[in-house]
Every structure is written in C-alpha cells, then in structure tokens.
Design a binder for this molecule. Structure first.
Ligand code: DON
Length: 307
C-alpha cells in the first residue's frame, strides 16, 4: 500500500539505483550468479507496521545477518558467562574472514566475524545437542524472529561447502584451542546451513524490529529472547557488525547493524524501528554498497544517529 513512507523509500531506492560499483560475493559460486540489479528497502516499526519498496519479497540467503540472532539464541540458551568463555566482544579491525583469535585464550575476538560465529553456532541450544538438533533449534529460533518458517537453500549450502576451506581451517584452529568441543567439519556444515537460510528484505526488517523492540516480535507478540540478551547483541552489533568498516559506520550512520554477503543489511533503532536493505554488490569489507548508501541517507534524513 502506498504511503508517504513508501514514497520516501521508493525515492531513496531511485537515488542509488544507478550505482553499479562493488562486486558480487565471488567466493561462493552460487552467489556469484545472483542478479546484481536487485534493490529493496523495508522499514518495520516496533509496533508492527511495515513499509516496503523495491524487491522486498525476493528471497536470498541470510549469510552473516544470521550471526547476531544465533548469538542471541546462544546467550538465551546457555547464559552470557558461558558464551563469553568461548567468544569475546572486541572489534577485530580485520576482515570477517580473518581468524582473529585472542592471544592468551584462543577465543575469537567477537561473534560477528566468521571464527566467532562458528563458535557461537555450537552454543545455541542446550549443551550436548547433536548437530541436527542444534540446527533445528537455530532454524526454529530464527523463524520466531521472522514470524514464519524459514528454510535452507540447499544449492547455496552445497556451493559454499565446496569452497569452505577457510572456515574449516578456522574450525580446526578453534578445536585445537578447545573453543570447539566437537567435530569441526560437522560444525562448519551446521554454520553454513545457518547462513543459507532464505529470507526476504521484509523478513529481515521484522527481525531487526524484534531487536529494536527488546526481543518481542512486533507482529506475533512472542518474546523471542529476553531483553537483556538484546542489549548485549545490539552492543556487539554496534562495535563489530560492519567488521573493519565499523568505525565509518558508527560515525556516518550510528545505529547497530549487520551485513551479509548475499547483499542484505539490517539496522535496529532501539525502541522504534527495524530497517533492512538488499542489494547484492559488495564493497571491499563485504558490505552492500548501495545498502550502505541507503542507510547513510536514512540516518541523515531522519536523525537516526544515536550519538
Ligand atoms: O562464512 C561465510 O563466509 C559466509 N557464510 C558468511 C559471510 C558473510 O556474510 C560476511 N558478511 N558480510
């Protein structure tokens, strides 16, 4: 339905449409063949309204945007102390696909980089779950954030596993430090399936709105994770969500955010709004080029910067 807000979003998309800079995520063959022209933006309010423009219902894989939500499930399921024992909260200043372990403990520096997300993946669900049951907990949990049942894109999963040598190497390193306590290959398979869950931009906006709404899904009313868990997650998104571009993001946009290599990008404005954009071409940090431009515009136009 048209409204002044959807008109604003449509105009914002038109403002970035011609920017064809950046590259598709070439290291995952299936993502390298995505349609680079796709473009969408969605606002989802903390009281359950949604405003969409562009390709808001086109499905793509969630990739690293799964990381803050799985981190939230891990804290909810195991408690913050148990999670902090295995994954830190410090920005790495390096790319998402660098190892970035703490010298003395072997903990990954934070749960937004791949090594930290692989560790966090194993902490979702009760201790001792087998890989399939743990993945089921993750799919159920992320589906509750969205408010509909999510499914894995098996083609993207298989494609990413073919080139997952770096993540496998990280998992073996984590195993050697006893950060992982189980088979590294099975862990990377589970983590890669988590990244291969299909979502739309509209889904991502509602997931972000659930974070903005202190863990209560604005449409279903379900408290998906407790409010103190959300505070922890948003804090880590603020400092680490945009990887080695976190400083630029903090100064220019100024809200907690997370990107994914399929081109999704979310931001949460606590108490108010979840925002999601989709545009597959990425900058050198692995963040969507046109997504970053859109968020810069939203932040300026609406005074969203939290500082
Ligand atoms: O582990 C990987 O490399 C991917 N499944 C996720 C990386 C990602 O989305 C980085 N974000 N911009």
């Amino acid at each position: 339905m048209r409204s002044p807000i959807t008109d604003y979003l449509t105009e914002a998309l038109d403002g970035v449409r011609d920017d064809d800079s950046g590259e598709l995520a070439g290291y995952i063959p299936e993502l390298a063949s995505a349609d680079p022209g796709r473009l969408a933006a969605v606002f989802a309010t903390a009281d359950g309204e949604t405003y969409s423009a562009g390709d808001a219902e086109v499905a793509f894989t969630i990739q690293s945007i799964s990381k803050p939500f799985v981190y939230a499930l891990a804290i909810a399921d195991r408690g913050l102390d148990a999670v902090l024992e295995k994954v830190g909260v410090e920005p790495s200043g390096d790319a998402f696909n660098e190892l970035s372990l703490e010298d003395d403990t072997g903990r990954p520096l934070n749960p937004m980089i791949n090594a930290g997300a692989i560790a966090a993946h194993t902490l979702a669900g009760k201790k001792g779950l087998d890989p399939a049951a743990r993945l089921a907990r993750i799919v159920d949990g992320l589906s509750a954030f969205v408010g509909r049942r999510l499914e894995v894109d098996e083609a993207v999963f298989s494609s990413e596993m073919e080139t997952a040598n770096r993540n496998l190497a990280f998992a073996y390193m984590l195993r050697s430090h006893d950060i992982l306590e189980e088979d590294p290959v099975a862990v990377v398979e589970g983590y890669t399936r988590q990244c291969s869950l299909l979502v739309t931009t509209a889904d991502l906006a509602v997931m972000a709105a659930t974070l903005a709404n202190r863990g209560v899904q604005p449409v279903t009313g379900e408290q998906v994770v407790p409010a103190p868990v959300v505070r922890q997650v948003l804090s880590v998104m603020s400092t680490c969500g945009m990887y080695d571009a976190a400083g630029d993001w903090a100064t220019q946009v100024g809200i907690p955010a997370k990107s994914g290599v399929a081109g999704g990008l979310i931001g949460a404005l606590p108490g108010q709004l979840g925002i999601a954009t989709f545009s597959p071409r990425l900058d050198r940090h692995g963040n969507s080029v046109r997504g970053v431009s859109l968020f810069e515009r939203f932040s300026t136009d609406m005074g969203m910067h939290l500082m």
